[in-house]
Design a protein around this ligand. Structure first.
Ligand code: SF4
Length: 234
């Protein structure tokens, strides 16, 4: 099964690495597919490659990557145990925000990666990946720290590690979120249900967000279905 996933991911990489479907294909130095363990139980999703990522063709290799490594280490993980990818595979010039049309073209690649790896948990880092996977326009501030279900996967939105570069107090919030990630991963190993551990936190979503059931959130976030067709289907 593991080798099968590896072969499928490799094959997929060769299929899409020359992609020119949006304008970012013309300005990139390197296509950044993502990296890590093809059999990972948890996939982290960021926004788009930055300057260093574009130069090296790997995700999270700059300062934000160092913060991510530190946070992973704080829960006893390293990169070889997880998979990291971005919403966009090519760098937006001058690190500008991704455009909605770029996301809508590129998202199929991310969804395919998730389908192949088939993780139990998806950790979305920052606004763009969170809104894409949860099919919502709600801001990250309202979603971070909560636990969602999308197509039977557990989705944990957290702030983007780059946020801690400019606001050190956010590092503590990230550490707290990583402790929650570890708790949920452990729950799978102990065959407990996420609901048991997430009482008061869990929301439920199939394609888009619905009101939770059972141990639903007590402070229901103001979630709206996205009007921009960013469907979190995979
Ligand atoms: S950002 Fe995505 S859709 Fe655009 S050229 Fe790169 S791989 Fe293709």
């Amino acid at each position: 099964m593991g080798e099968d996933k590896r072969e499928k991911l490799k094959e997929f990489y060769f299929q899409i690495k020359e992609c020119m479907e949006c304008e970012l294909g013309k300005t990139r130095t390197n296509f950044v597919f993502g990296s890590g363990n093809y059999g990972a139980e948890i996939v982290f999703i960021g926004e788009a490659p930055g300057r260093n990522e574009d130069l090296q063709g790997k995700p999270f290799v700059g300062q934000a990557g160092k913060i991510l490594d530190e946070l992973l280490l704080s829960i006893g993980f390293n990169r070889s145990e997880i998979f990291i990818a971005n919403v966009l595979k090519c760098r937006p010039p001058e690190n500008r925000d991704p455009k909605i049309e770029e996301i809508n073209i590129c998202k199929k690649y991310l969804f395919k990666q998730i389908e192949i790896i088939d993780p139990k948990i998806i950790c979305t880092m920052g606004k763009y990946s969170t809104q894409l996977i949860l099919s919502t326009d709600t801001g990250i501030t309202k979603l971070r720290g909560k636990v969602f279900r999308v197509n039977k996967r557990t989705v944990l939105p957290i702030n983007h590690p780059a946020a801690a570069l400019y606001t050190p107090s956010r590092f503590e919030i990230l550490r707290e979120d990583f402790r929650r990630i570890k708790m949920i991963l452990d729950s799978y190993e102990n065959q407990e249900t996420v609901e048991d551990l997430s009482a008061g936190l869990l929301s439920d979503s199939d394609s888009g967000i619905k009101t939770g059931k059972g141990n639903a959130v007590s402070t229901e976030p103001d979630l709206q279905k996205s009007k921009n067709e960013q469907l979190g289907l995979f």
